[in-house]
Design a binder for this molecule. Sequence first.
Ligand SMILES: [Zn+2]
Length: 359
Amino acid sequence: MRDRFKVIDMHVHIAGRGDVWPEDLWWSERFEEGIGFKALAILKGWSSKQVGDELMRTVLSDQATMARRIDLAVVLAFDNVYDPDGTYRGPQRAKREEVFTTLYVSNQYVVDLCESYPKKLLPGISVHPFRPDALEELDKYKDRAALCKWMPSAQLIDFESSVGQPKLERFYAKLAEIKLPLLLHTGIETSIPTVDKSFERFNSARFVERALDLGATVIVAHCGCSYFDLLQDNMVDDTIRLFQKMEAEGKDWGLYADISALFSPFRRRKILDRIFAEIPAERLVYGSDFPNPAKGRREPFLRPFLRYRKANLLNRSARIARRWLKHYFPDSDARADRIMTGFHRLLESLGRGGQVPGS
Ligand SMILES: [Zn+2]
């Protein structure tokens, strides 16, 4: 009998330069010149003229509708930068030299996009904790959103700001009240640059204890892995330490981690070995980090890049993840399945099962 839980890829990116949706989509020159975006354009064979809102939207919606190995995908919004005192640093109203945002995808944009593909896409909103209307924005989307995404490095979320502290506390309490999971990017980020590298240290599970203590559910994205193992430090130890603390102190935290980008072509095997040995499988949820490519366990290094242009990346990532999981859990198909359906299980445990169509 087929598992009643659906396979949900809960970590899927969308972006746009704002040529069609100028209010909702924007990226900076820094983003367009960054290695992540450049690599994507080269692998896809896109000229800079072609790259616009429509193209990005079509690539995702076409692949999602054709992806047979996943039931649903969560498409992530990306909020602007705000200072701890609430000052807006996005492209719409700030002066050019005071714009700190590198990527913006509005919540309404992902909600509208997902409503066009209700059987395949779920919206993941993004709300900066320091924006003056943060709690209202959470309330506005609490029933439609499947999660709320933060990336401290690019969004300049300072967990140690004294001005920001009460705002963070109120935000966590709100997340707990509306039972909306927080997806926190962890590890050094490559594709979405930051205007201030000193914020990279906040991309760590180390900063989520307060949120967990206040009852919020937190998903540590990438388990703390950075995309390039050989060139960058990672935050995997911070993630493992937090899971160990939960276990040792018997905390009833809503702590999870996603396996998105774990199977990057640049991943060291021993990092994966540690993650699957140390983090409980029932706390892991599947995500791909689309459009970043994944590499199969026995694939040659270049294969993911050679396959990139033609492949359905959502499908390919799900297939590759399943094989890796079979490798790490050889005696138990159920465990691998559990991780693939992990996000649906989590939504159901939060009383959000009704968001998943046909379940
Ligand atoms: Zn991501």
